[in-house]
Design a binder for this molecule. Structure first.
Ligand code: SF4
Length: 486
């Protein structure tokens, strides 16, 4: 293999997942999937930077020499302790007091933080930028700045780049270099929740499915996988073959909660290994075994899905599909596709009172119709909104009684051969296809932010289409459940 140049991008990838850095360097780039998370992170960072330094930053070496308050586009180079070339492009440099090769001022690196806390990834990356910048400006860089949020809510945190952090940086570079020289990629990351954000997820999902990786079993995260590995259980098939009581005893050493979950994990692995769903409640028809008794006599249902900006705590779209019962009294898969789609946008300029007024009017138009949603988000958001608007106890109780969580009913009545009980995984297993391929919540959020900034009817239409599809996917799950009871 050729001489490794350690870039800040490779280091950042490695700090997120060792395998990711290896794939960045040696993987087939055609297998990468575009992810909206990176674009969202960059737009958040830009908003923070524009608050910190409202004037446009200068570019490169000339801007540093001219003493620009902010500088982008400066390429830094250096050499690691092991002799490898280092290369970095700090996203922003901020002018600070001090003397440097550029005159009576110096610079420090700035990074926009995603998430609530500073992570090892942020610290080590800033340590690399600080070290290379110190060499370039011939003056120490004792600290870096981390910013988050924007406008009046901008948070600033100074990070000391001294002693311990420099040792961590050296160790990270040495390990990264040695792993990049391996012939095979490192294993999948232990906690595969991170993979949602990664452009290699398609490739790694295939590998996980093909190898029966334990993370494929719904309910197994990084910690439980570790415990199972310690017991010599390395794959979905091995877990499925385990005797549940014996496993419960072995896991109880690590805490009673693990004892209780053991039989569920084995049962889930067995269903996934067999590919056949398992009914957890007996029989069909009304009664405790009926997963959706509310649908027995109602004239129709409303499907309900919210699109949110979680960082801004903003539920920006409340989307409904109106599904009347068919003339012959039956529920059919095609009913939702021909049902009216009703999107209600929550614009800050209009205020929450107006949104609640519109929601209440829509709900009042279909008084005895259950409101079906997948997961608890919609119920929590709608009830909180109603409470904030001063709705009385009686109306709140009636609203609560109308809300029906399809996900909760599914989990109570079935075990499915899926690696996740999220809407995407379950509806896809049932054969449902979203009309816009490769779109997810992050992409939708990106469109929303772009629409708010620049407008564009097409973006809004795409958001509506995605939201409507989520409602139709929920309906696909409902129809499957009804079909099983027939
Ligand atoms: S998809 Fe997951 S396991 Fe694969 S490289 Fe990315 S973070 Fe690592």
């Amino acid at each position: 293999m050729s001489q490794v140049v350690v870039t800040d991008r490779l280091l950042r990838s490695w700090l997120r997942c060792r395998r990711r850095a290896w794939l960045d360097r040696h993987g087939d780039s055609r297998q990468r999937l575009w992810t909206a998370h990176r674009a969202l992170a960059l737009s958040d960072q830009l908003a923070s930077f524009q608050t910190l330094l409202p004037q446009r930053p200068g570019h490169g070496e000339a801007a540093c020499a001219a003493g620009a308050p902010g500088v982008v586009g400066l390429r830094l180079r250096g050499r690691a302790a092991g002799g490898e070339d280092l290369e970095a492009h700090p996203v922003l440099l901020e002018r600070v007091n001090g003397a440097s090769v550029w005159g009576s001022h110096a610079y420090r690196p700035v990074l926009g933080r995603q998430g609530r806390r500073l992570t090892r990834e942020h610290r080590v990356l800033l340590a690399l930028w600080g070290r290379l910048l110190a060499e370039r400006q011939q003056a120490p860089v004792p600290e870096a700045l981390v910013v988050a949020g924007a406008g009046r809510g901008l948070q600033r945190e100074r990070l000391s780049l001294g002693g311990g952090l420099q040792r961590q940086l050296d160790e990270a570079i040495a390990r990264l270099v040695s792993e990049l020289q391996r012939q095979e990629p490192p294993p999948l990351v232990a906690d595969r929740k991170k993979c949602v954000l990664c452009s290699w997820r398609g490739l790694c999902d295939q590998e996980a499915a093909a190898s029966g990786h334990l993370s494929e079993v719904s309910g197994i995260g990084g910690k439980r996988r570790e415990l199972l590995l310690q017991l010599g259980i390395t794959s979905l098939a091995e877990l499925a073959a385990r005797e549940p009581d014996g496993l419960a005893e072995a896991l109880a050493v690590h805490g009673e909660q693990h004892r209780e979950i053991a039989s569920q994990l084995v049962a889930q692995a067995r269903v996934q290994a067999s590919g056949r769903p398992e009914r957890l409640t007996a029989g069909a028809g009304a009664g405790p075994a009926d997963p959706l008794p509310e649908l027995a006599g109602c004239p129709g249902v409303l499907l309900y899905d919210i699109e949110s900006d979680p960082d801004a705590r903003d539920d920006f779209l409340h989307g409904f599909v109106v599904v009347p019962r068919a003339d012959d009294g039956r529920w059919r898969p095609g009913l939702a596709a021909s049902g009216r789609y009703q999107p209600l946008l929550a614009l800050h300029a209009h205020g929450e009172a107006r949104l609640w007024h519109r929601l209440r009017r829509l709900l009042a138009r279909y008084p005895d119709w259950p409101v079906l949603h997948y997961g608890e988000t919609e119920a929590i958001a709608l009830l909180r909104l109603a409470q904030r608007q001063g709705v009385g106890e009686e109306e709140l109780a009636a609203l609560r009684a109308r809300l029906l969580d399809v996900h909760a009913r599914l989990r109570r009545h079935w075990r499915l051969p899926v690696s996740s009980y999220g809407l995407k995984a379950v509806a896809s297993w049932l054969g449902f296809r979203w009309s816009q391929s490769g779109v997810d919540g992050a992409r939708c959020l990106l469109w929303w932010r772009q629409w708010r900034r620049d407008g564009g009817t097409q973006r809004l239409q795409r958001i509506f289409r995605y939201n409507r599809d989520d409602n139709l996917a929920t309906w696909a799950v409902v129809c499957w459940m009804l079909d099983q009871g027939a």
